[in-house]
Design a protein around this ligand. Structure first.
Ligand SMILES: *[C@@H]1O[C@H](CO)[C@@H](O)[C@H](O)[C@H]1NC(C)=O
Ligand SMILES: *[C@@H]1O[C@H](CO)[C@@H](O)[C@H](O)[C@H]1NC(C)=O
Length: 175
């Protein structure tokens, strides 16, 4: 290979490795209370800039259900959720949830597909429901109320253990 060609390849490789997609998200888990507003951050940068929106496809999922997609145009599946189209131009694909409900809890995934790479980041949202906490405390005060449930759970666990150690049990029965 001619030295010039070798240099060209070398610089091309540097360029490709620099043209990296970097994604930063909120530190997981994010904790909120019912009624709070929450911003789940998903920021992307490419090096070298600028971000080419035509080469970009992004999606937000909540527990496997798509909430938002950007693929030439922004589609928001859930009317209560906000994603700023203006911020999106700058690589800010953060999800704004104005009024947190218990159903909003769970894992959120930000998927980014770009020419120079793909990325998936997960954020877990924990939602504290003050009314539920009070109920739980009442139960704790009266353990008798919850004991059938607890026994059922113990039964379930025993069932699972039996299945798991099925082979072992068979051996023990033969002896
Ligand atoms: C990202 O956009 C949201 C609005 O959707 C805004 O509140 C937030 O400040 C922006 N973050 C950055 C780092 O620009
Ligand atoms: C938030 O949601 C709750 C339950 O759906 C509703 O009662 C309340 O009015 C909402 N608050 C705002 C500020 O939208």
């Amino acid at each position: 290979m001619a030295p010039q060609a070798a240099f060209a390849v070398f610089f091309l490789l540097i360029r490709v490795s620099l043209s990296k997609l970097q994604v930063t998200t909120s530190a997981s888990p994010v904790e909120a209370k019912v009624g709070d507003e929450v911003l789940l951050t998903c920021l992307m940068t490419v090096n070298p800039p600028p971000l080419d929106l035509k080469q970009l496809m992004i999606q937000w999922f909540h527990r496997g259900k798509m909430l938002v997609e950007y693929d030439n145009e922004l589609t928001i599946q859930d009317p209560d959720i906000q994603v700023s189209e203006e911020e999106l131009q700058k690589g800010n694909f953060s999800l704004f949830i104005p009024n947190i409900t218990a159903q909003r809890a769970g894992n959120y995934r930000c998927y980014i597909y770009y020419t120079s790479g793909t990325s998936m980041k997960e954020i877990v949202l924990k939602v504290e429901d003050p009314s539920k906490v009070e109920e739980k405390e009442e139960h704790d005060v009266c353990p008798k109320d919850s004991s059938p449930e607890v026994l059922k759970k113990v039964d379930d666990v025993l069932e699972k253990l039996k299945t798991l150690t099925g082979e072992m049990q068979k051996c023990l029965c033969r002896q």
